[in-house]
Design a protein around this ligand. Structure first.
Ligand SMILES: Nc1nc2c(c(=O)[nH]1)N[C@H]1C(S)=C(S)[C@@H](COP(=O)(O)OP(=O)(O)OC[C@H]3O[C@@H](n4cnc5c(N)ncnc54)[C@H](O)[C@@H]3O)O[C@H]1N2
Ligand code: MOO
Ligand SMILES: [Mg+2]
Length: 412
């Protein structure tokens, strides 16, 4: 972990930095109406109320016979089957002494108060022999037991998943009001970068961050404005930042946020707008920068590929979710697991170590760490299935409790 933390006092604790960032968010307000099958992954802008009861009427939960319990006072009762009610049709008043053949999802006829499943019935010509008496209400799904007319079924500010679309459809709603897509402009600074598919010359590496970044943004449903590779000069950085800020709701950049003479992002942001936050007590991700280009928020992730992944997940993602109009908790929620590793108490930064959660022989969830914790080793991110949260100045021994953020908290 051989980097120099002599300016530790200037590092903002992770929780403070995140609280500050979320406080800065101005959520987008523009919304549009979309058909249900175009709405997956969008954030709902207005609540959905039901105009109907679901189910709209009492209906049978099983295939069998609708009866009136007054007719079933002895053990084996014989009833005339006076009507047949498949789903999609409507029966008539159930006359005393009769049964109705009924199928799952069909309306229960008036005067019936139970449905007997066909497995405990015997058909005998025009009659049915009921061998087990049902309780009143047995196998009947009551009108409105799922949703009542006037009920608010979906709250504004939720991210629409498949089940939400299904629920809206179940009350007959065909369109939803959703916030417009967030436009995020991205660029990667670095004279050493070339695009995959090209030949590497001496001193060059492939631009991987562009793909990690745009992949994570696409997964969040953002419209990505890709500005590509930007050379390591103050002018080119200013130019990229201004172009990006003109076109987008948010600008995200990779690299050039540290202290070297080749790191131009910070001075460029200061020239064009304001730098509001720089340096967080996070490992990796220390030099994360946040500010404004004019009115447009800007976040600069460190160029190290793991730092980019971690800072996006911890800071940019919650910021974006809030900008998209999501209400409720946007910060990733860790789960408590057991450490399957050791760490000393020297690190002043909170580390987000790439970890793999597995069940041990006793069925306990134990997290192991990737052996190389360098912020340049992107394989660690692919090997892992989450991030172990290692608090600053805290020793951890195998068997100790430890917080773990599973990838599914970061990737939905
Ligand atoms: N004297 C100091 N040096 C550094 C410090 C420090 O405090 N004092 N902090 C270190 C830490 S921590 C980090 S993190 C990095 C952050 O660096 P930058 O944000 O300035 O990023 P670069 O210098 O441009 O690149 C760092 C590293 O990442 C590679 N990189 C950059 N972009 C890409 C890309 N698009 N795809 C793949 N790899 C990329 C780049 O080649 C470098 O190896 O600064 C430390 N230095
Ligand atoms: O430790 Mo840096 O902060 O490698 O991302
Ligand atoms: Mg640098």
């Amino acid at each position: 972990m051989g980097d120099c933390d002599s300016h530790q006092a200037q590092l903002k604790p992770v929780d403070e930095a995140l609280a500050f960032l979320l406080d800065q968010v101005k959520p987008i307000t523009q919304h549009k109406t979309l058909a249900l099958d175009e709405s997956l992954g969008r954030v709902l802008a207005a609540p959905v109320k039901s105009q109907v009861d679901v189910p709209p009427w009492d209906n049978s939960a099983m295939d069998g016979f609708a009866v009136n319990s007054n007719d079933l006072q002895s053990d084996e009762v014989r009833l005339r089957v006076a009507q047949r009610i498949p789903a999609g049709s409507v029966g008539t008043f159930l006359e005393p002494g009769t049964a109705a053949r009924i199928f799952t999802g069909a309306p229960v006829p008036e005067n019936a108060d139970a449905v007997v499943i066909q497995e405990v019935c015997r058909i005998d010509g025009e009659e049915v022999v009921i061998m087990e008496s049902p309780a009143i209400g047995a196998n009947i799904r009551k009108a409105g037991e799922d949703i009542l007319q006037g009920e608010e079924i979906l709250l504004a500010g939720i991210k629409l998943d498949a089940q939400h679309l299904g629920l809206a459809a179940s009350v007959g709603v065909a369109e939803l009001s959703v916030f417009r897509r967030l436009k995020v402009a991205v660029f990667s600074s670095g004279d050493e970068l070339v695009m995959p598919g090209e030949e590497l010359k001496a001193g060059q590496i492939y631009n991987s961050n562009q793909f990690t970044l745009s992949g994570m943004l696409q997964r969040l449903g953002c419209e990505v404005i890709q500005l590509g590779i930007v050379e390591d000069t103050f002018e080119a950085t200013c130019d990229a930042l201004s172009r990006a800020a003109e076109e987008a709701d948010l600008v995200l950049a990779s690299g050039g946020v540290s202290v070297g003479e080749e790191d131009h992002v910070k001075p460029a942001v200061e020239r064009l707008g304001s730098l509001e936050l720089w340096k967080i007590a996070s490992r990796p991700g220390k030099p994360l920068a946040f500010g404004y280009i004019g009115e447009t928020p800007f976040m600069g992730a460190p160029g190290n590929p793991v730092s980019l992944f971690v800072t996006f997940s911890l800071f940019a993602r919650p910021f974006i979710l809030r900008m998209q109009g999501l209400s409720g908790e946007v910060r990733p929620k860790p789960v408590a697991v057991i450490a399957g590793f050791e760490k000393d108490a020297t690190d002043k930064r909170q580390e987000y170590a790439r970890g793999r959660l597995e069940l041990n022989g006793q069925g306990q969830a134990v997290v192991k760490l990737y052996p190389n914790r360098s912020s340049g080793v992107l394989s660690s991110v692919v090997w892992a299935n989450g991030l172990a949260v290692l608090p600053p100045l805290t020793a951890i021994k195998p068997g100790d409790p430890v917080d773990f953020i599973p990838y599914n908290e970061l990737m939905t």
